[in-house]
Design a protein around this ligand. Sequence first.
Ligand code: MN
Length: 380
Amino acid sequence: MTREQVCKDNFETLFKSQWNPNVGNDPEMMSILQKYIFGEVFTIGELDNKTREMLTVTTLVVQQTMPQLKAHINALLNTGATPNEVREVIYQCAPFIGFPKTLNAIEVMNEVFAQRNIQLPLKNSAVTNEKNRYEKGLEIQKPLYGDEIKDSLMGLPDNVGDRVARLLSEVCFGDFYTREGLDLKTRELLVLAILITDGAENTLKSHIKGNLKAGNTKEDIVSAIIQCMPYVGFSKTFKALYVFKDVVGEPNMQQPFSQGEINPYGKYFTGTTRLNMLVQRDDMWNSSIGNVTFEKGARTNWHKHSGGQILLVTAGEGRYQEKGKEIQILKAGDVVKIPKDVIHWHGAAPYSQFAHISIETNIPDNNTTWLEPVSDVEYK
Ligand code: MN
């Protein structure tokens, strides 16, 4: 399907009206943004349309862009969200953006509800009372965030930090997070959209950790960040992705040499690898040098070099094994000297990309003999 077709399908499902990019006074802008959002961003990751629209409504509430908010509250209802779920999406913004902006959004929401003949006020969704709101709030806050906030506020005059930390537990977690209508995973994902839109950094960092603890996968977190991209722009999106990379602690993949193209010798490898030849085989230096980049889990087949090989590890985490010996872990800065005719394999760790410079020595009398793939059992 072309992106126009995907856009048309998604647009018509969400807005219950026919997609026609040629109407209105600015058809060019509408065509660019609609194909980008509904034809491309909606296809990245595995989030369902309801979650995507919840994230969209959240970022629009934070930005106070009311005409768009109105359209997307309708779209969210069209994905099957209940009025109560819509209300919770907007209520959840209050502790992060303050009450005035939240009240503006509630006004728009109630207009939409009135147009759709939804009776107001909605049923009460509070589950805490004056006696237990602190404890109930802590029950959610503690497993995700521990004493982070309390500790960070220590040392203020009159121990006001303790009082503020308690208010955060009571209001943010006790009054809002506990409410019926959205589960904790969803609330946490929506909070990410708030913080991405705000351009927050430290708070975003701790809520990415909170999301993982609440059960959201890395893939869902990245999709949520990308779902916000058309609404907040590339700069804030990149910032959020950098914070994400920092939090999940993937080894640094910054390489001094470019990765080059998909490896033309790919049939002798498992998974995706890229090759950038830095020095071709020749009869002056008697060496052939290439930069090889491995995706997570990618590796060579078993093989041997009749003239030997030297590996200089430049990035990520990798593996090296000689037949009959233990697997070795490789990190940037490691040097592996592989003698002539020793059967071996090299590649990435299961959870990390990896790159090394491969130096084939003693050319022209160095030929590679490729053997069987490294099975999943041998690789683990
Ligand atoms: Mn080799």
